[in-house]
Design a protein around this ligand. Structure first.
Ligand code: FPP
Length: 237
């Protein structure tokens, strides 16, 4: 592998990953889908450490979308149990990394005990400042925009809506837009992730299934990003 991306100062401030391919990873091994999600969860634990080491300040992952409720009940229940397990067993280790856990998405439909655990994890890690680790669960970009509009209407917002008005009503208004969005497992789409926030994000796609995404794969994504020239609609100088 060539130079470390950190060397040239072009590390994304906010890295977002669409965790895809757990099911295919499991199928290849003749395992149930849930085993793929378990392997994906283990990978996520490892990645928090690696991402922090790279000097990234915000790390968000798309773990469950507003559309994922349409999956078979057994898989949805299994994922909810995994989220519970993760929060119960891993919060202290994440805190020890200096990471603040934040959840992003709608609260409706999530089991009340899970919601309670989520709030507890946020509270427990709220003073950590090295990394914001953002778990997008029951998240959808369209839902976020609709929720922001509805919140403004409820407040009796008058006059034209500005971008800033809308942003203030997003789930995590203080989090900067993702600089780099990675999607694993070969699909070339955004699937309703960070819909508004990705206007000027860079995209990186890899065929690697999420449970196989490792340090080398992360470095390859970051090195690729470091070579991009971001112009935000402006001219090349
Ligand atoms: C997509 O793979 C993955 C998911 C829908 C779930 C991702 C969840 C985890 C990795 C567990 C993370 C746990 C926490 C606490 C965030 P897929 O099922 O769509 O795979 P496929 O496209 O190969 O079928």
């Amino acid at each position: 592998m060539s130079r470390n991306a950190a060397d040239n100062g072009k590390i994304p401030r906010h890295l977002a990953i669409i965790l895809d391919g757990n099911g295919r990873w499991a199928r290849r091994r003749g395992l149930p889908r849930l085993m793929g999600h378990r392997a994906g969860l283990r990978k996520l634990e490892e990645m928090v450490h690696l991402v922090k080491r790279e000097g990234i300040r915000y790390f968000s992952v798309y773990a469950f979308s507003t559309e994922n409720w349409n999956r078979p009940k057994m898989e949805v229940d299994g994922l909810m149990s995994l989220f519970r397990f993760y929060i119960r067993r891993k919060v202290e280790a994440i805190k020890a990394e200096g990471a603040r856990i934040r959840f992003c998405g709608r609260n409706d439909k999530l089991p009340p005990d899970l919601l309670e655990q989520m709030r507890w994890a946020e509270e427990r890690t709220k003073d950590e400042t090295v990394l914001d680790f953002i778990l997008c669960i029951n998240y959808g970009g369209r839902a976020e925009i609709m929720d922001a509009i509805n919140a403004m209407m409820k407040e009796g917002h008058e006059g034209p809506v500005t971008e800033e008005d809308l942003r203030r009503h997003f789930y995590l208004p203080d989090v900067p837009d993702p600089d780099l969005i990675v999607r694993t497992s070969g699909e070339l789409r955004l699937s309703n992730f960070w819909l508004w926030e990705s206007a000027y994000s860079e995209f990186y796609f890899t065929d690697i299934h999420w449970p196989d995404f490792d340090e080398t794969a992360l470095k390859a994504a970051l090195e690729n990003y470091a070579e991009r020239e971001r112009r935000y609609g402006g001219l090349k100088l």
